[in-house]
Design a protein around this ligand. Sequence first.
Ligand SMILES: [Cu+2]
Length: 163
Amino acid sequence: MKGLAGKSVRADVVAGIVAGIVGLVVIVVIWVSLVFPAPIVSGGGGILRGNDIALREHEWGFAGGGYALAKGGPEICADSNNATLNIALTNTGINFHGFQVVRADTGAFVAGLNKTDLLSRGETRHIKIDVSRIAPGSYYYICPVAGHRQKGMIAPFIVQSGC
Ligand SMILES: [Cu+2]
């Protein structure tokens, strides 16, 4: 093969250059995915309302109200006019999972179970959330087990007057 200067370029040098270019592309793709991450809160396509919500958790998301298990989960709209939101939570997954409501902006704990209070496989827990004690706004419900939120166990939890 002839190079730009008319000298022959060895095939292994060409292979090295090609490998270098491929490597650069891979690095750029990784960088873009880190700087512009895909949204991991899918909302699951539906909204759960009312005082009594049945929710399931799995690897790696939540489901309930007819919405299938997927990454993320259905949005929960908590009506601030309703004093208590009852969530019947069942772990239909394999791993231990937990349940917490956290602020969307700071990630601060708002309601739910303690971080170490986890549901084992097949376990159901009845969680009462006093909505009147939560300021209207945007929150997430998450699984607090390390890494599970990043894998998709996070969905919107909205507190507002009227849902
Ligand atoms: Cu989990």
